[in-house]
Ligand binder design. Structure first.
Ligand code: NAD
Length: 461
C-alpha cells in the first residue's frame, strides 16, 4: 500500500497548527471552532478531552490534504460504538455491574485493532479517541489493520484475580459477535496484560468450539504470543530515537533521557535505550521520581521495582529523589512521556527543557501544548509513530498465529526495527514535502492512506 496517495506531494507554505487552523474553514463544530492558542481561555476540561484533541488534529491534517468532504465525514467518526453492562459475581457474594466499551473506528484497511483498558477513569470519549488513534497508527506503519479500542470502568488494582477473570470473560461474551481474527483483534493496554488476553482467547475459543489464538494479541508466548511483543513498544521507541538523533545530527553519546512512567512502555524503553548507550537521567512514576546526572542504573532499578513494587527506596550513589512534576522540566535531550494522556499541557509545556519529545504514551500532549512546543523548537516524535512498535509486533503475532509458525526473537526484532525506521523516514519526508510539523505529517500520511482505501472500496449502499 506504500506510495498510494490521493494527493500530489507538492510543497506548501510553512504553517504551525495555529496558522493552519485559522487559515482554513472549520468543518466541525467542536474542535475546529475553538482554534485554541497558548493564550486563549480554553478550559482545562476542554483542553484535555482526548476525543476533541484527536478531532482537532484530524481536521487540520484533512484540510491540509484537501480531503474530499464526504470521505472527511466518513473518517471523522467511529464506525461502531458498543456499550455493555457487565454483571460480575464478586468474591463476597454480591453482584457488581461494570460498564464496558468497544469502539471500532475504521475497518477500511483490515480488521479493527486496539487494546482494552481497565481503569476507573475510562470514558467513551477516551475510547473513541484511542480507537481513531489506532486507525492512524496502523496506517502510519502501513500494516493491514483498522483501528479499535476497548475499555471497562473498573479499578483492577482493587479486584481479585477471580473477579477480573469473570469480568473479562463476560465482557468477551458480550462482544462475541463483534470481535474475531477477521473482525476486530483486541490487545492489552493500561490495566490489562497477557493473562487478560489468555482469558479472552479462551472464552472466544469456547464459544467457537475450537482454539482461535489470533482473536487477540499480546498473549503469553506458549499460547500463540509472539516473541518480542512484551518489549516491542519500548523497542520501537528506541528505534525512532536513534533515527531522530541521526536526523538532527546529534550523538547517542551524552544523550540524556528523562522518562515518565516505568511500566511496560517506559521500563522497556529505558532498558533498551540504556543498552544502546543513552544516559537515562530521570524516571518519574505516579508515586515519586528519581534523578541521576550521570545516569540511573536501569537493570538494578528494574530489579528493585520488581522486589519493592515501586521505584521509591532505590539506592544508587548519586541518585536523588525529586519531585515527579519538576523532573519533566529538567534539561535533557529526549523527554519520553510513557504513562498516560494529557501530561504536557498549557500549564507545563513552556517549562520543558528537551530537544526531542518522544511520545511513548497515547495522547500525552494537548493541542495547546503542541503550539507552545513548536514555538520552542522542540522536535516531536508523535505518539501515532513513536509507540507503534507495539501494534506492529501485534500484527506479527496475528500473522504467526494464522500461519501456525513462529519466528525467532531476532526475526521479530529485525522486522520491527525496519518498519519503525522506515515509518520515521516516511513521516519526515511528508513533513518536509508538505512543510508541516511531524504530528500533522503523521496524521496526513495516515489519513491519506486510509482515505485512498476507503475511496477504492467505495461506500456500500
Ligand atoms: P503500564 O500500566 O504498564 O505503565 C504505566 C506506568 O505509568 C505505570 O508504572 C504507572 O504507575 C505510571 N503512571 C501512571 N500515571 C502516571 C503519572 N501521572 N505520572 C507518572 N507515572 C504514571 O502501561 P503501558 O502499557 O506502559 O502504557 C503506557 C502508555 O503507553 C499508555 O498511554 C498506553 O496507551 C501507551 N501504549 C502502550 C503500548 C503497549 O504496548 N503497552 C503500546 C502503545 C501505547
Amino acid at each position: 500500500m506504500a506510495g498510494e496517495s490521493l494527493i500530489p506531494a507538492t510543497p506548501k507554505k510553512v504553517s504551525t497548527m495555529q496558522q493552519i487552523a485559522t487559515a482554513t474553514l472549520p468543518l466541525s463544530q467542536a474542535a475546529s471552532t475553538a482554534t485554541p492558542s497558548a493564550t486563549s481561555a480554553i478550559s482545562m476540561e476542554q483542553e484535555i478531552n482526548p476525543w476533541e484533541a484527536q478531532a482537532y488534529r484530524f481536521d487540520l491534517a484533512a484540510r491540509k490534504l484537501n480531503l474530499d468532504q464526504g470521505i472527511w465525514k466518513v473518517l471523522r467518526y467511529p464506525t461502531r460504538e458498543i456499550i455493555v453492562h457487565i454483571p460480575v459475581s464478586m468474591d463476597d457474594g454480591s453482584i457488581e455491574v461494570f460498564t464496558g466499551y468497544r469502539v471500532q473506528h475504521s475497518i477500511a484497511r483490515g480488521p479493527g485493532k486496539g487494546g482494552i483498558r481497565y481503569s476507573p477513569d475510562v470514558t467513551l470519549d477516551e475510547v473513541r479517541a484511542l480507537a481513531s488513534w489506532m486507525t492512524w497508527k496502523c496506517a502510519v506503519v502501513n500494516i493491514p489493520f483498522g483501528g479499535a479500542k476497548g475499555g471497562v470502568i473498573c479499578d483492577p488494582k482493587k479486584m481479585s484475580q477471580g473477579e477480573l477473570e469473570r469480568m473479562t470473560r463476560r465482557y468477551t461474551a458480550e462482544l462475541i459477535e463483534f470481535i474475531g481474527p477477521e473482525k476486530d483483534v483486541p490487545a492489552p493496554d493500561m490495566g490489562t496484560d497477557e493473562q487478560t488476553m489468555a482469558w479472552i482467547m479462551d472464552t472466544y475459543s469456547m464459544h467457537m468450539r475450537q482454539t482461535v489464538t489470533s482473536v487477540v494479541t499480546g498473549k503469553p508466548v506458549n499460547i500463540g504470543g509472539s516473541r518480542g511483543r512484551r518489549e516491542a513498544t519500548g523497542r520501537g521507541i528506541s528505534v525512532v530515537c536513534d533515527e531522530a538523533l541521526k536526523h538532527l545530527n546529534m550523538p547517542v553519546e551524552g544523550c540524556r533521557v528523562i522518562i515518565q512512567g516505568f511500566g511496560n512502555v517506559g521500563s522497556n524503553a529505558a532498558k533498551l535505550l540504556a543498552e544502546k548507550g543513552y544516559t537515562i537521567i530521570g524516571i518519574a512514576e505516579y508515586d515519586g521520581a528519581l534523578f541521576h546526572p550521570d545516569g540511573l542504573d536501569i537493570p538494578n532499578l528494574l530489579s528493585h521495582r520488581g522486589r519493592a513494587g515501586s521505584i521509591n527506596g532505590f539506592t544508587q550513589a548519586g541518585a536523588q529523589s525529586v519531585d515527579k512534576h519538576e523532573l519533566l522540566s529538567r534539561e535533557c535531550e529526549i523527554l519520553i512521556p510513557a504513562a498516560t494522556e494529557n501530561v504536557i499541557t498549557s500549564r507545563n509545556a513552556a517549562s520543558l527543557n528537551c530537544r526531542i519529545l518522544c511520545e511513548g504514551a497515547n495522547g500525552p500532549t494537548t493541542v495547546i501544548a503542541d503550539d507552545i512546543l513548536e514555538e520552542k523548537g522542540v522536535f516531536i516524535i508523535p505518539d501515532i509513530l513513536a509507540n507503534a512498535g507495539g501494534v506492529t509486533t501485534s500484527y506479527f503475532e496475528w500473522v504467526q498465529d494464522r500461519m501456525g509458525y513462529f519466528w525467532t526473537e531476532l526475526e521479530v526484532n529485525q522486522r520491527l526495527d525496519r518498519i519503525m525506521a522506515d515509518s520515521f523516514l516516511d513521516v519526515i519526508a511528508y513533513s518536509t514535502s508538505h512543510e508541516v510539523n511531524n504530528r500533522i505529517a503523521a496524521y496526513m500520511l495516515a489519513i491519506d492512506r486510509v482515505a485512498y482505501t476507503t475511496k477504492q472500496r467505495g461506500i456500500y449502499a
